[in-house]
Design a protein. Structure first.
Length: 190
């Protein structure tokens, strides 16, 4: 033939002896690999299979995906999270989550900020169950509510309640105005 191309039969694993012959199975993927494939893979049936069989926390994975994708795709993941997470079977949930994004993106995964574990005693003092942790920060930011339940909070748990610049146990008296006779002191607010 005019343009004969020599047939090169070199095996990749012979050229690079340190390479792993076995590619990881879709069933054994962790959160990072699942998120990376969710963004890049265009075969959404494969993504559905990976989401259904992968080893990851579904709530954390959804937070990773919401941080990583464009705002125009948030509605699909939020629908899957809000309406389907606890109401339908896992297979249907993973299907809705897989088809809420088209794939083909080379964006990097953005992980959410780390959440510190809230002690059970503090959740009980606030009157919350463990699955209602989303309410904790809203209630902890309300100083009146924290003062109301303050007697039920253990001393070790106060470090989880940031109120302004200090905690309620370390709050100093605040002064509003200074008197005419003394330059350094002022009247107490409370």
């Amino acid at each position: 033939m005019l343009f004969d191309v020599p047939n090169n039969e070199t095996d990749w694993f012979e050229v690079c002896p340190n390479a792993d012959v076995f590619l990881p199975s879709d069933d054994d993927l962790k959160t990072f690999d699942i998120g990376r494939l969710y963004l890049s893979e265009r075969d959404r049936h494969r993504v559905h299979h990976i989401l259904h069989n992968g080893h990851s926390n579904r709530k954390y994975l959804m937070m990773v995906l919401i941080n990583s994708i464009d705002v125009k795709y948030h509605a699909g993941i939020l629908f899957a999270a809000r309406e389907l997470y606890q109401k339908v079977s896992d297979d249907i949930f993973c299907s809705a989550l897989a088809f809420s994004f088209p794939g083909g993106s080379r964006d990097r995964l953005q992980f959410p900020t780390k959440q510190h574990k809230i002690p059970k005693t503090l959740m009980e003092a606030f009157g919350l169950r463990q699955n209602q942790i989303g309410w904790f920060n809203k209630l902890a930011a309300n100083e009146d509510f924290v003062r109301l339940v303050g007697s039920a909070i253990l001393p070790d748990d106060w470090k989880h309640i940031p109120l302004y610049d200090t905690t309620l146990l370390e709050t100093t008296a605040k002064q509003a105005t200074a008197t005419r006779l003394v330059d350094e002191e002022g009247e107490l607010l409370w």
